[in-house]
Design a protein around this ligand. Structure first.
Ligand SMILES: Nc1ncnc2c1ncn2[C@@H]1O[C@H](COP(=O)(O)OP(=O)(O)OP(=O)(O)O)[C@@H](O)[C@H]1O
Ligand SMILES: [Mg+2]
Length: 255
């Protein structure tokens, strides 16, 4: 798949005080690819995706979207570039229903008859949410309150929200960490559906089975450095675990 990466990072470094969280990391994500981002605790995975999603600025290095240099200064500018992140805490409003959560912060409004008074257009938001959920094969009523949903259903709602806002790059940090077997299977299926619909996904997971069941490729970090890059169908779980615990420092296949 040697097309142009949708996202490319070159020489990314980030220090927190004296801790070198990332050192000279190169990273590339291809169009329509599911990429596993792996590494032991403290390897630098969350720091790297927070740089992509505009939470942190790198100390050095460059970011390119479709070959064009970009500076991602904050989460809003990441969203404008089509980068959406589903964090573990999901940031959903439990008292609101699914449709209202999808439109949270970007609500549809309508006027009351001939007055200038604006109110929420719940019907419209629900009507737009329904086909979205159907497309993602999420069997939920848009009017359900998020507080009544299971962990997996909330995860599905957060993913649907990102899809609705047309994420081209969807980042997920440990999406299955708190889920049961059936819910994990559902989230994996949604990730595959996203790919079918043309998105690229960066998947951080401690669960190697997540990565082996859905990902095309995996990048491994260790001690803030990129130590491996593997095509999933050509590698083994053992090989990946070895990289995680004792990866060589310079496994750069620089292009
Ligand atoms: N805001 C911060 N302030 C200080 N140190 C930080 C901060 N964020 C991360 N670090 C440090 O940077 C290193 C990388 O952390 P990071 O959270 O990126 O790791 P991770 O790969 O996501 O780990 P985990 O699997 O445990 O989530 C760690 O040593 C961590 O302690
Ligand atoms: Mg992390």
């Amino acid at each position: 798949m040697q097309t142009e990466p949708i996202l490319k990072m070159k020489g990314i470094s980030k220090k927190f005080g004296s801790v070198q969280a990332l050192y000279q990391v190169d990273f590339e994500l291809y169009p329509n690819e599911i990429l596993g981002l792996l590494g032991d605790n403290g390897a630098g995975k969350s720091t790297l995706i927070k740089i992509i999603s505009g939470v942190y600025a790198p100390d050095e290095g460059q970011i390119f979207i479709y070959g064009k240099p970009v500076i991602i200064t904050n989460p809003a500018s990441a969203k404008e570039l089509g980068i959406e992140t589903v964090y573990q805490d999901l940031a959903l409003a439990t008292k609101l229903n699914i449709a209202e959560n999808i439109f949270l912060g970007r609500e549809k409004m309508k006027r009351i008859l001939q007055t200038p008074i604006q109110v929420l257009d719940k019907k419209k938001m629900e009507a737009e949410t329904k086909p979205l959920l159907e497309r993602l094969r999420i069997a939920l009523d848009p009017r359900l309150k998020v507080g009544t949903l299971s962990g997996g259903q909330r995860q599905a709602t957060a993913i649907a929200k990102s899809v609705f806002w047309e994420a081209k790059i969807l980042i997920m940090d440990e999406p299955t960490a708190a889920l049961g077997v059936a819910e994990t299977a559902k989230v994996r299926q949604i990730i595959l559906d996203l790919k079918k619909h043309g998105a690229s996904v960066i998947l951080i997971s401690h669960n190697l089975e997540d990565v082996f069941s859905v990902a095309d490729r995996a990048i491994v970090l260790r001690g803030g450095m990129r130590v491996g890059d593997r095509i999933i169908k050509d590698t083994t779980r053992d090989d990946i675990v070895k990289l995680m615990v004792s990866g060589e420092r310079f496994d750069k296949n620089s292009a």
